[in-house]
Design a protein around this ligand. Structure first.
Ligand SMILES: NC(=O)C1=CN([C@@H]2O[C@H](COP(=O)(O)OP(=O)(O)OC[C@H]3O[C@@H](n4cnc5c(N)ncnc54)[C@H](OP(=O)(O)O)[C@@H]3O)[C@@H](O)[C@H]2O)C=CC1
Ligand SMILES: N[C@@H](CC=O)C(=O)O
Length: 419
């Protein structure tokens, strides 16, 4: 049966997201699906073999295809596909945040030069229409802050540790089995995936093209029951929170850090694979968007929304980008001199106190482990973070109102309850 629009789509990838898009398109036959490009010729599929090709060029050189969806798990190959499509002036939708965030300047330039279109709503927060909101609604209004939980897998793991007390490895295995995790789950639990997403948000919200080394990044891979119990004893929860905040110095504060959140924060109530994004705009004030951040149909829905928008002629305009007279993108200054209050538990007792702390309270000291609450300049933490990560260290940001004394007292309560 011919589709309603008579347009043809070529799909790359038939994993969690590719299958999600395919299901949505079967139930809503607005488009004809040309062949689907995958990698593994031996894999058992839910569709007959004739639906597939193993040669990307078969799709990329097919003149009857109107647009593409790039949904593969290999960022290098994804970049080649997207580049070739854009160089041919085609329209392509992608979910690959690593590939797009690391090559954004080039991909924007290719669209300008060859007239093609690249949309990638599915790359940031799954089904939450955050990029469209930043572009279409907040294109003119200055934004002060965009922050939130941007990775479904790590939020799923943190929720399970907190609510069910299962082990970290079991929670990660569940997130993988449910299709939430990246092919390399280090991207999720190490905070890299969140970094890719906040970088894309920074481009659309603040016109900033961010280098990864400008962002303070720590993941959740070394969280222990001790950390979860400590957060609970303080009345809070740990969530992996990304922040892009324009401060009073007109500089961007950028970070991806496990963070202690309390019930008065919307983020406390974001559970399992859900994501939540807080926006603070100069005139609109505060807003909060919440929805499924990962998974087959929620992400397929976001890809479908992009496909429909692209067919209607929609393009990103990057309204916050500012250029100089030579046409070069003006960089947005990044803050380095502010201070952060953090909790650290590390297996390198001798190293931690040597960092240039502004304030420091050490507790839980043992031969093999140390805990502390300290205040440190962002610049210093950025400098020492990679050395700190060589140790088994869990780092979390604490809200300013939580005192070191409260943390030490809560740690005693947590220890008593565990005994
Ligand atoms: N899972 C999720 O919830 C979300 C994922 N994303 C992004 O969507 C993309 C796809 O993720 P997901 O569906 O989870 O991944 P999966 O691992 O489930 O599926 C990946 C698909 O890509 C195909 N593939 C991998 N490498 C190649 C290649 N070189 N050439 C052709 N096909 C290839 C695989 O082929 P084969 O079947 O033969 O192995 C498979 O069909 C990623 O960029 C991911 O970051 C974005 C938002 C949410
Ligand atoms: N692995 C990602 C998938 C969606 O972007 C996540 O867990 O959020």
């Amino acid at each position: 049966m011919k589709s309603k629009s008579g347009k043809r789509i070529g799909i790359f990838g038939f994993g969690c997201v590719g299958q999600g898009l395919h299901d949505v398109l079967q139930e809503n036959p607005h488009l004809d699906v040309a062949r689907i490009c995958v990698r593994d010729q031996e894999k058992l599929r839910t569709l007959p073999k004739h639906h597939f090709t193993y040669d990307a060029q078969e799709l990329l050189q097919d003149e009857s295809i109107d647009l593409y969806a790039e949904l593969i798990s290999d960022p290098k190959e994804a970049l080649l596909i997207v580049r070739q499509a854009l160089r041919a002036g085609k329209t392509i939708v992608s979910a690959n945040k690593k590939m797009i965030s690391e090559n954004l300047t080039e991909l924007v330039a290719l669209q300008e030069e060859f007239g093609g279109t690249l949309l990638y709503e599915a790359a940031v927060c799954g089904s939450i229409p955050i990029l469209r909101t930043l572009e279409a609604y907040y294109g003119n209004e200055p934004l002060l802050e965009v922050s939130g939980i941007l990775n479904g897998s790590s939020n799923y793991i943190l929720t399970k540790l907190d609510a069910e007390g299962i082990s970290y490895n079991e929670a990660l295995a569940q997130a993988q089995a449910l299709g939430f995790a990246e092919a390399d789950p280090t991207l999720d639990v190490g905070g890299y995936d969140t970094l890719h997403k906040i970088s894309l948000i920074a481009a659309h919200a603040f016109g900033a093209v961010v280098k990864p080394e400008q962002v303070l990044r720590a993941g959740i891979q070394h969280i222990s029951r001790k950390d979860v119990a400590l957060a609970q004893a303080l009345g809070g929860r740990i969530r992996l929170v990304a922040t892009a905040k324009l401060n009073q110095n007109n500089k961007l504060e950028l970070q991806v850090l496990p963070t202690l959140v309390f019930p008065d924060s919307e983020l406390y109530h974001v559970e399992a694979e859900f994501n939540g994004v807080q926006l603070e705009a100069r005139y609109a004030g505060d807003q909060f968007l919440k929805g499924r951040g990962a998974g087959s149909h929620p992400t397929g829905s976001a890809v479908w929304a992009d496909v429909s928008a692209a067919l209607a002629g929609y393009k990103y305009s990057y309204p916050k980008f500012r250029h100089n007279e030579e046409g070069e993108l003006r960089p947005v200054p990044v803050e380095e001199d502010d201070e952060l209050k953090i909790y650290v538990r590390s297996t390198m007792p001798e190293f931690l106190p040597q960092l240039p702390w502004r304030e420091l309270t050490v507790f839980g000291e043992g031969k093999r482990e140390i805990q502390l609450v300290g205040t440190i300049r962002r610049k210093d933490l950025l400098l020492h973070l990679s050395a700190l990560k060589q140790t088994i260290a869990f780092i979390a940001q604490l809200p300013a109102h939580v005192s070191a004394e409260q943390v030490v007292a809560a740690s005693c309560i947590a220890l008593e309850e565990a005994a």
